[in-house]
Ligand binder design. Structure first.
Ligand code: NAP
Length: 382
């Protein structure tokens, strides 16, 4: 909390004798003074000292605006204290998208990227720094890592951390979470705070509104001081204010869920993109959903998709499940076809004979695809 002397307006910080007297006079008394003077039909002849009092009154009248100014001043001070200086590192598609929201909410945005985005930054009200040293010398409250997953480590290691304030908050928005968490813990000195986040939407899906869209976060390391706790909360508030559904969960949990949902979604979107689907005059609702899926996923960079696969240890299993599921579905279809053909060929002579067994469904998500080795050996021996 700022001390009283540090939050007074300039006039009150160095009070003149008249200003001091006006501060001491209660508000209601000031108004009754004013009333009695102005409503008096024939003001008595004032002695010289009385004239002095009148002059004093004039000064108080100017001071009368002070409580209002002071409130405005305090309000400004308060709103300033709830504003952050955010350095967006990686000012590509997603970095720019987030920066616009930060600026809309009154935060100051600095940007830095491999490519030169001076003009784009200027057009949205951010300041662009080509040199990371210049960026860090602005002493941002938050460094927001918004680079591709695969370039994150090299970008982080290229930042001159010694130029930052000692307890700067590092946040990432990568679509995988255990990887940046581990890199942050390895690279950042212990006095920096760490908040790992994943907005579960992008420039396409969050184009119109962020209302009810999930925002995942894990407070990996936030110092005990009020100012550090408040800073992290102020950052999270940006997304709360936009209406996001805030979901606090560990990075490990996130990656498990995301492999089974986001990675599968992006994979299906990319497979469908390869089919080059076109809109038709008779689109069903389902087909429209597929076309939207392609639009929402294929516009992301391939780096992003590759990051979802390579940097989430659960992604490989999901890809194998997808493969198995497709094979199982084909077998089921061809099995039915095979049966129909045999019926045609052999007619009643095969009735009651061998029936093709229904193909087993895949084990539920989360259960290993292959039985543990010891079990497999035991089964073989039986
Ligand atoms: P991206 O392709 O994942 O990342 C592009 C950003 O990475 C650009 O700022 C680019 O810088 C930077 N970059 C790429 N290679 C680099 C290298 N070798 N060295 C330095 N910088 C490099 O696309 P994105 O959509 O902007 O995503 C950014 C991050 O946000 C990713 O980690 C992604 O997982 C996450 N995210 C994205 C979405 C989304 O919907 N797009 C949603 C949630 C989270 P330059 O532009 O300067 O080349």
């Amino acid at each position: 909390m700022a001390s009283f002397s540090s939050i007074q307006p300039a006039a009150a910080q160095a009070p003149s004798s008249t200003a001091r007297s006006s501060i001491l006079i209660p508000h209601h008394q000031y108004h009754s003074d004013q009333f009695s003077l102005s409503s008096s039909p024939s003001p008595p002849q004032l002695p010289p000292s009385g004239r002095r009092r009148r002059r004093l009154h004039c000064v108080r009248a100017i001071d009368a605006a002070q409580p209002y100014d002071y409130e405005a001043y305090l309000f400004n001070r308060f709103s300033q204290s709830s504003k952050l200086k955010i350095a967006v590192v990686g000012f590509g598609n997603f970095g720019q998208f987030l920066a616009k929201a930060f600026i809309r909410q009154g935060h100051t945005v600095f940007a830095h990227s491999r490519s030169n985005y001076h003009a784009v930054a200027e057009s949205i009200g951010a300041a662009f720094f080509t040199d990371p040293h210049d960026l860090c010398e602005q002493h941002p409250d938050v460094i927001l890592i918004c680079t591709s997953v695969i370039s994150t480590e090299s970008v982080l290691r290229s930042l001159p951390l010694q130029r930052l304030r000692r307890n700067t908050l590092f946040v990432d928005v990568l679509s995988v979470k255990e990887f940046p968490k581990n890199i942050f813990l390895q690279v950042l000195p212990h006095h920096f705070d760490i908040l790992c986040t994943h907005p579960m939407f992008g420039p396409e899906s969050g184009k119109v509104t962020w209302q009810n869209l999930p925002f995942v976060f894990d407070k990996v390391r936030i110092g005990n001081e009020d100012s550090r706790i408040n800073r992290a909360e102020t950052f999270l508030d940006i997304f709360k204010k936009e209406g996001c559904t805030m979901v606090e969960m560990s990075c490990a949990e996130h990656d498990k869920y995301a492999a089974g949902s986001q990675f599968i979604t992006h994979t299906m979107g990319r497979i469908l993109e390869k089919l080059q689907l076109d809109s038709t005059p008779i689109n069903t609702k389902g087909y429209e959903t597929l076309l939207n899926l392609v639009e929402n996923t294929a516009s992301d960079s391939f780096d992003l998709y590759y990051g979802l696969f390579m940097y989430n240890k659960n992604a490989m299993e999901q890809l194998e499940r997808l493969d198995l599921a497709f094979e199982a579905l084909k077998k089921e279809l061809f099995g039915h076809l095979h049966e129909a053909l045999r019926k045609q060929l052999f007619g009643k002579s095969e009735e009651g004979g061998h029936r093709r067994p229904m193909l087993a469904k895949l084990p539920k998500n989360g259960t290993p695809l292959l039985p543990p080795q010891s079990e497999a050996v035991a089964n073989k021996n039986n």
